[in-house]
Design a protein around this ligand. Structure first.
Ligand code: FES
Length: 202
């Protein structure tokens, strides 16, 4: 154990599996952590109804890299249904444990996986594209001003959905860079989806 990390966690941190962006992914998902401001992104290429290929990018700590890598290993080749049932407990078991202060890093990996599955289900008509779904996606974007997600920070003032058209009312700040970051975050969470997203500055 190093810094409270199990052998498996250290192994995956030093030699993470399934790292990197995937150009031809069918679905991507990002999840951000309010606890530390870190973020991970998952890329999935489907093979029928199975997860054919899955990779990740992590902008987080050692535990985030290890837990993201673990999740990708756990669901590779498995069905969406199987992947949707993976819990924090399952992940911790595979990792040989994790210091409690690092649980949020493991939760981040699970959140990204669930987000990818939700997106996949919406893209395939198995889940409705409703306000709840849009709120969940937007909840992954961190507001650089407050460190909260943009829903919790009150940046998003309204959501209107009309078929595949989504209008998001966003309260802009006086910081151009922050506004651009939020706009690109919004664009990124809807990546790979056949929707038209309009950001409406209020
Ligand atoms: Fe931020 Fe681990 S992901 S501390």
């Amino acid at each position: 154990m190093k810094a409270g990390y199990s052998k498996k966690v250290m192994e995956l941190f030093l030699n993470p599996k399934n790292v990197g962006a995937m150009e031809d992914a069918d679905v991507t998902a990002i999840a951000g952590s309010v606890a530390c401001g870190d973020m991970i992104k998952l890329y999935i290429k489907m093979d029928g109804d199975k997860i054919g290929k899955i990779t990740f990018e992590s902008y987080g700590c050692a535990a985030s890299i290890a837990t993201s890598s673990m999740i990708t290993e756990m669901v590779k080749g498995k069905s969406i249904d199987y992947a949707s049932k993976i819990s924090l407990q399952d992940e911790l078991k595979e990792l040989g444990g994790l210091p409690k202060v690092k649980y949020h890093c493991a939760i981040l990996a699970i959140k990204a996986l669930r987000m990818a599955i939700e997106k996949w289900n919406v893209m395939n008509g198995k889940r409705k594209l409703d306000e709840d779904f849009v709120r969940t996606l937007l909840g992954a974007i961190l507001d650089p001003y407050t460190g909260k997600n943009i829903m919790a920070a009150g940046v998003v003032k309204g959501i209107e959905i009309d078929g595949k058209k989504i209008k998001i009312d966003v309260k802009l700040s006086d910081n151009k860079e922050f506004n651009e970051e939020i706009a690109s975050g919004i664009e990124e969470v809807f990546e790979k989806m056949d929707v038209e997203v309009k950001i409406n500055a209020v």
